[in-house]
Design a protein around this ligand. Structure first.
Ligand code: FES
Ligand SMILES: [Fe+2]
Length: 479
């Protein structure tokens, strides 16, 4: 396991610390040396998959944690996972651990999971409920708000107020809880929230409950898991259950759709017409917003039709829960699909919601947590059946795990060389462009030219944008 510094040790950026000029010169000099991380970052070949060390090298993995997971907004849970005061979940990122807890005023709080006495980890469970947070070592006791309430007998002058839990940035966006472990959180979350919030809000996550949650560990680097999610090139052959409802024309421009997929495209166009009528009547936004690179909080959102009955992710497309979410008057609302980098994607349906959170565990292992949410009044066995509701994504996740493991094995081979992205994999390229932006920002490498003379990551981003555009047949990658 790679050694990962605590977040507070990772906050200094080469470009902002004292002596930034010399740090930048050092970074620039390192970028000129083949074999260094800096060289790999600035010399990525545009339009091609990454070099092997990005997926296999423990040192590169450590940089990923520092540059990405300890500095950007990451999805932790939905509000349905902490419905009552005192309910909590914990999230471990590298050696850091965060408590996300609903306080007595129903606010969602996030604290570092570290006791202010001698540092013991406070909550060991993945989720649960507490009155107060009590350290298991010497029983220092904190309120859900993070205030130190009891510390036993202490020296004269001891002031409990100085030993509150250290806060973690937290932001709830239409019921989705994001945290940022860095000292400074990217400010663009406000704008992202403003733009995606109105798409999600009608699904009323605050009135949902967790029907089922499933964790799997994929034997693959976290980026392979995210890359796999940004394209559906593999869906037609790889996901027989998913493609019962998810149109396999995903990501193709109309003129690129293979002849064998044209019947599916025709069904897509018809389903989109009906969706448009239903969405208008229910006040739902459908238009794609795609800003996967060029900003710290890269995202994509779009509502699109589903095949079959058009209602949900079941094999026939019919709703899996009888109790519709929010105030919807029909289940035929397709799928609202949201992707937020670095670690999450969602599908909001008329009858349920599926959230996906990935957490890197090691250079070649990634936790994927899938959570199904239903209306809070839905009754298991009457309104929904868990095996039926979860079947499609349970199978799809398992299939993706096999594909990602194969990818990890391949990129680990001495024979691996980066290969080209197809046009309908443009979102993978966008994700990689965003990732390299994060690394350049962290490493003080903005504007540093690669061996080809131009900033490789910048060229990659520019190429991706030029070659993309939200597909006419388009869709949000699902799987
Ligand atoms: S380390 Fe927590 S009470 Fe001592
Ligand atoms: Fe997939």
């Amino acid at each position: 396991m790679t050694t990962i510094p605590r977040p507070t040790e990772t906050l200094a950026r080469p470009g902002t610390a004292a002596g930034a000029g010399s740090a930048r010169a050092t970074a620039s000099a390192a970028a000129a040396q083949p074999g260094t991380w800096e060289h790999a970052v600035v010399n990525r070949r545009p339009g091609y998959s990454l070099e092997a060390p990005f997926y296999t090298d423990p040192e590169f993995y450590r940089k990923d944690l520092e540059a990405v997971f300890l500095r950007t907004w990451i999805f932790a849970a939905s509000v349905a996972e902490v419905p009552e005061p005192g309910d909590f979940v914990t999230l471990d990122v590298g050696r850091a651990s965060v408590i996300i807890i609903r306080d007595d005023d129903e606010e969602i709080r996030a604290h570092h999971n570290v006791c202010r006495h001698r540092g013991a980890r406070l909550l060991m469970e993945v989720s649960g409920s507490v009155g107060n947070i009590v350290c298991g070592y010497h029983q220092w006791t904190y309120s859900p708000e993070g205030d130190l309430l009891h510390a036993g007998v202490q020296a004269p002058g001891f002031d409990r107020k100085e030993f509150s839990l250290r806060p973690v940035h937290v932001r709830v966006v239409a019921g989705l809880i994001f945290v940022c472990l860095g000292a400074e959180a990217p400010g663009d979350i406000d704008e992202v929230a403003k733009r995606i919030g109105p798409y999600i809000a009608p699904h009323a996550l605050e009135r949902t409950t967790v029907a089922f949650q499933e964790d799997i560990v994929e034997v693959a680097n976290w980026k392979l898991v995210m890359e796999n999610n940004r394209e559906c090139y593999h869906c037609e052959a790889g996901h027989p259950e998913l493609t019962c409802t998810f149109f396999p024309t995903y990501g193709y421009r109309v003129e690129e759709i293979p002849a064998r997929l044209m019947p599916a495209h025709d069904r897509y166009l018809a389903a989109e017409q009906l969706l448009s009528v239903n969405a208008d009547r229910n006040g739902l936004l459908t238009e794609a917003i795609e800003e996967l690179s060029g900003r710290p909080t890269g995202f994509r959102i779009q509502r699109e039709a589903l095949d079959g009955a058009g209602e949900s992710y079941t094999k026939d497309g019919a709703a899996a829960s009888k109790k519709l979410l929010g105030e919807f008057d029909t289940p035929v609302l397709g799928r609202l699909s949201l992707h937020v980098q670095p670690n999450t994607w969602f599908h909001f349906l008329g009858d349920h919601v599926v959230t996906f959170a990935l957490v890197p565990l090691d250079v070649d292992r990634t936790l994927v947590r899938t959570t199904w949410l239903v209306h809070e009044d839905a009754v298991e066995g009457e309104d929904y059946d868990i095996p039926h509701m979860t079947e499609v994504w349970h199978q799809t996740n398992a299939q993706d795990a096999v594909l990602c493991e194969r990818a990890q094995l391949g990129v680990s081979s001495p024979a691996y060389v980066p290969g080209p992205y197809a046009p309908h994999e443009y979102q993978v390229d966008e994700f990689i462009a965003w990732y390299l932006e994060r690394l350049r920002d962290y490493g003080g490498l903005e504007g540093v030219a690669g061996a080809g003379g131009a900033g490789a990551a910048g060229a990659a981003a520019a190429g991706a944008v030029a070659g993309s555009g939200v597909g006419d047949s388009g869709a949000e990658a699902a799987s």
